[in-house]
Each structure stands twice: as structure tokens, then as C-alpha cells.
Design a binder for this molecule. Structure first.
Ligand SMILES: [Zn+2]
Length: 570
């Protein structure tokens, strides 16, 4: 079994021999990755190999993919396919090869490293065969890296034990769902309460000193410091889900700290600060319009009128609370408000829910800010007229104006580099095939890492809307529908995450969060910073295809442990 020390001391040819078979028959990868030595960790070695392949020529990459490939479906560990499905797999594999020019490639050991069911392999092939060729080429390379990662683990005798544990916890928690066959856990449903009970039981197993379900349903675990007066680090994320959700959104945000507490407890180790891990009861706003209810309760932003809000079946929140065994008592809810003076700060680990880390082949990313956002709904008013008889120069076409606006939003947001702008709704009310559109309704969603950047983007977009309507002789109305301030990461805490990730031997990548998170709420009262974990399948989220590997989760556990160690040794 090779060691990193051997790899660091070897000649390039010897390095290639040490890693023989990891990337199939391609000695150049190990030889070139040698330039990055010394490599401090196995994760650093993996990153160096990935970078080498990223920098290789397209021909070299293609040769690598072709050399790896075996006919899919011949080795499907963990699940056998029936004769019909096997025939389907063979036919699709042939189609795939004909379409792309390289065979279908999938890491058959999957995200847990223990094998994919045959049905999932077939479903993956069915899904991927429709990808654009460039996208699929990149995906094939990622599968090569995943296969190599698992081979490296075997070669170096490494097992991602913490990551496996978190992965298994996510899998187990996902059995609680309101809808059989998918994952749906909305606030205070029976599945929600079962999930809370399971999280609480797992916390107790981990060795937390105190585990409670609070007045809004948050599961709160406390691991005491070595002295009772010490402040606490607050961390966590939500356990409710959207409908037909992924298994990792929110959930890794308390499972990763729980795995770290489990290790501390097993080592008999106390920290000079307490650790308070919260699984927030509600973040997604699915059953009630009360988004961030769980984390909001900790900062005093629970709105009393929410208790009288009905869900779509007419069940008031206060009755749902009582049904769940909660007091539905405003004084009890108000008492959940935390005194910031007792806390060091808030950190949150979350799956990225976007494609950035996946595209860069990076397991972890440092969040710089939760983006500021603003939303509008608007309407452009022109003149509906006969499509056949109205000459082009005299038309007052509301849809053409909207089209100009859409393209301007795209261009202007892209110019910032890290702003995003979306026109997600576009409608010609009672439009006809033979009528020049007299009205066009649109929505506008603008986000940027700071309030000032968002406001400049908004000002430019609204100015363009005014200008193009004036030029085209149109009127418009626009109404602000929502506005959220940015939650920039605290510089010191962001620095701690950066140090933690760098200590693992991983490249640093900083990115803003386009989505909202519980950290936004805690941001209003204490310093906060988030760590993102790469999502598989281009980071798809709020979808059953959301996925994370045990190896990435293991790195997140290691980063969290490093963060705790930094705080423990000032
Ligand atoms: Zn989430």
C-alpha cells in the first residue's frame, strides 16, 4: 500500500507506477501531477490529479475516457436488472456510443462507494443520453475522477468514515416523508415530527449533553464546553423540505457537526466553547407562508399572526403546533430568542444547490455572501393591432419591448460577473397569433452579493426599461414584490473556513450564495459564514437527483473539525 510520503519522494516514473491503474492506462496524469508535490493530504493528491486532467488537451481527455470505459450494465453491483431492462441498457449504451463517440461511463460504486442499484444505472443512462455533447463530455470526465477517487481510497487504505456516516444518516432520515416514494417533509406533518424525533435520538447517540425539541419544533443539541460559563458556537440548518426534495439540502448542516461531536465525545474531548447544533424546523415556507420560521425564532422574528395562518387544508398553525405536542404559546416562542453575547458566531454547512463547484471539480467552496435580491412584477402597455395590416415602423409591440428588456437583463447581470438576473415569467395576456401584442407582463428577479451592487443593477435595468419604452412609444408599470438585504460573510469567520479548507490541501474557491439560507436570519444578530459542499448532477437541488458523495461529506466534516480546532487554540 503506497503512502503519501513515498509519492512525495518518488521520481515521476515511480509516481506513475505507484498510481498504476488509478486512471486506467494513463501514466502521464501521475507524472504531470508530480509537479504539485509535496502533497500534504490524499485530498490534495486527488485535487492535483483532477487539475492535471483539466489542463490536458482535449485529445488526451478523450483518450482517457475511451480507455476507462467498459460496456455499462455488465457490472452492476447492488442490483440485478431483469432481461428486459438489460436489453434496454444494451440498446441505450449502443445509442449513447453512436451519439457521442465514446462509451457511457458511470462510477458504478456510486456516491457512497458501495454500489448503485441497476435501476439507477439505467435511469442515469436514460437521463444522460439527452445531454448536449460538451456537457456530457465533462460529465464523463467527472465519472473518470470519481472512479479514480474510489481506487485511490482503496490504494491508500482510506475510508471516509465520517462522510459515510453522514451519508447514511441522510439516507435514513429521508425515509420519513408525507408522500410515499419521494421526499416531502413540511412543517409539523407526521413525517416532520418523526424526522425531529430521529434527529434528536441520533444527537443523543452522538453524545450531546442536552437534546431538546423547542417551542417551534427546532431540534437543539448542546455539547458543553469544558467550563460552564464559556460562550457557544451556534451551527445548523433546516430539516423541512420542499415537495419531492433532495436528501441533503439543509440536512448535512446539522449532520456534519453531529458527526464532529460524536468524534469529540468518543475521544472524551471538551472544547473551550460550547457547541449548539440546531436542526431548524422550517425554512422552505411550503406549508405556511412563514419562510425561515425555525431560525427566525432564534432572532425574535417569529410573527404572532402566523399562528392564525391556515395551511391549504385550513389547518391553523396553532392547531398544527398543538397536534405536534408544541405549546403554540407566543411567550414560549419569544423565549427562544438567543442572546448574541453568549455566542461566538454562527456557521452553516450547506450543499451548494448550484453548478459552480461541480463544474470546477471542487468539493468545497467558501461562501462570501448570501446575495441581496429584489423582485418586481411589471407590465408593458402598447397597442394591440392587426398582425397583417400594421406596418412594422408604426407598431407599438409590448412583447418586442419585453424581449429587449430580457436581453438587457442578461447582458447587464453578466457584466458584473457575480450578479444574476432572471425574467422567469413572461406573458402576453389574451394574446392571439394574428394580433400585435398590446400588453406584456413580466417578472424580474435580480440578485448580487451586496446591496449596493444589486441596487446599481436594478437602477440600470429600470432605466433601460424606461428608455426602451420611451423609444418605442410604450407605457409601463412596475411594482416591487420583494427585497432582501445581502448577508455578507463575516471576514474573520470566512477566513476561518478558508484556513480550514486550505489545511485539507484543497484549492480555495470563494462564491456567493444565490439562494437564501438560515444563516441570513442569524446574520441579523451575530457574525456568520457558510461552507458549501459540491452537489453532484450539476448541483441540482430541490429535486430527487440532488446528490453528494461520502468523500465530499467527509471533507466537510474534516473542515468543520479544523474550524473547531482553530477556535480551540487561539
Ligand atoms: Zn436549504
Amino acid at each position: 500500500m503506497p503512502t503519501l510520503a513515498e509519492f512525495n519522494a518518488a521520481t515521476p516514473a515511480e509516481c506513475a507506477a505507484l498510481l498504476k491503474g488509478v486512471y486506467g492506462t494513463a501514466p502521464w496524469i501521475a507524472e504531470r501531477a508530480c509537479a504539485a508535490r509535496p502533497l500534504a493530504t490524499l485530498a490534495a493528491l486527488k485535487a492535483a490529479l483532477v487539475r492535471t486532467v483539466r489542463q490536458a488537451s482535449r485529445d488526451e481527455q478523450l483518450a482517457l475516457i475511451r480507455a476507462q470505459a467498459q460496456p455499462a450494465g455488465e457490472a452492476a453491483p447492488g442490483g440485478e436488472l431483469g432481461p428486459e431492462e438489460s436489453a434496454r441498457m444494451r440498446a441505450l449504451s449502443a445509442d449513447y456510443l453512436a451519439r457521442f463517440g465514446w462509451p457511457f461511463l458511470l462510477a458504478l460504486r456510486g456516491p457512497r462507494g458501495s454500489g448503485l442499484p441497476g435501476a439507477q444505472i439505467l435511469a442515469t443512462l436514460q437521463r444522460r443520453i439527452d445531454n448536449p455533447p460538451e456537457f456530457e463530455f465533462a460529465e464523463a470526465l467527472r465519472q473518470v475522477h470519481r472512479i479514480a477517487e474510489l481506487r485511490l481510497n482503496d490504494a491508500f487504505g482510506f475510508v471516509p468514515e465520517q462522510g459515510n456516516r453522514v451519508w447514511d444518516w441522510c439516507e435514513r432520515l429521508a425515509r420519513h416523508s408525507e408522500v410515499p416514494g419521494d421526499l416531502t417533509v413540511t412543517y409539523l406533518s407526521d413525517a416532520h415530527r418523526a424526522a425531529a424525533a430521529e434527529i434528536a435520538a441520533t444527537m443523543r447517540d452522538c453524545g450531546f449533553d442536552q437534546v431538546d425539541i423547542d417551542a417551534v419544533g427546532n431540534v437543539v443539541g448542546i455539547y458543553h464546553a469544558d467550563n460552564a460559563a464559556a460562550p457557544r458556537l451556534l451551527t445548523g440548518s433546516h430539516y423541512d423540505t420542499v415537495r419531492n426534495a433532495g436528501k441533503y439540502d439543509g440536512r448535512i448542516g446539522y449532520f456534519i457537526p453531529m458527526a464532529c461531536v460524536r468524534a469529540l465525545h468518543r475521544a472524551g474531548r471538551r472544547l473551550p466553547f460550547g457547541l449548539e447544533v440546531v436542526a431548524f424546523a422550517e425554512e422552505e415556507g411550503q406549508r405556511y407562508k412563514a419562510t425561515f420560521l425555525g431560525s427566525g425564532a432564534l432572532v425574535g422574528s417569529f410573527r404572532p399572526d402566523w399562528l392564525d395562518q391556515p395551511d391549504r387544508d385550513g389547518v391553523l398553525m396553532r392547531d398544527a403546533m398543538r397536534h405536534a405536542g408544541l405549546p403554540a404559546d407566543l411567550a414560549a416562542i419569544a423565549s427562544l430568542r438567543r442572546d448574541p453575547a453568549r455566542y461566538l458566531g454562527f456557521v452553516e454547512v450547506h450543499i451548494e444547490q448550484g453548478p459552480v463547484l461541480h463544474a470546477l471539480d471542487l468539493p468545497l467552496g467558501i461562501v462570501t455572501s448570501i446575495n441581496a435580491s429584489v423582485r418586481y412584477v411589471g407590465e408593458i402597455l402598447g397597442m394591440a393591432s392587426h398582425a397583417g395590416t400594421t406596418p412594422m415602423p408604426v407598431r407599438r409591440d409590448a412583447a418586442c419591448a419585453a424581449a429587449e428588456l430580457v436581453l438587457f437583463v442578461e447582458r447587464r447581470a453578466a457584466a458584473d460577473g457575480d450578479s444574476v438576473g432572471t425574467v422567469g415569467m413572461l406573458e402576453v395576456p389574451s394574446g392571439s397569433i394574428n394580433v400585435v401584442p398590446g400588453r406584456c407582463r413580466f417578472s424580474l428577479d435580480l440578485r448580487a452579493p451586496s446591496d449596493a451592487q444589486r441596487d446599481r443593477l436594478r437602477d440600470d435595468v429600470l432605466a433601460e426599461l424606461a428608455a426602451l419604452c420611451a423609444r418605442r412609444g410604450l407605457r409601463y408599470k412596475v411594482e416591487e414584490a420583494m427585497r432582501e438585504s445581502a448577508a455578507p460573510s463575516d471576514a474573520t469567520w470566512q477566513g476561518r473556513w478558508e484556513q480550514a479548507v486550505a489545511a485539507l490541501g484543497l484549492p480555495l474557491h470563494r462564491l456567493p450564495s444565490g439562494a437564501g439560507h438560515d444563516a441570513m436570519k442569524l446574520h441579523t444578530v451575530m457574525p456568520q459564514a457558510m461552507l458549501f459542499v459540491r452537489g453532484e448532477n450539476s448541483g441540482i437541488s430541490h429535486n430527487p437527483l440532488e446528490s453528494s458523495t461520502a468523500d465530499d461529506l467527509d471533507l466537510a466534516c474534516a473542515a468543520f473539525t479544523r474550524l473547531l480546532d482553530q477556535l480551540a487554540t487561539p
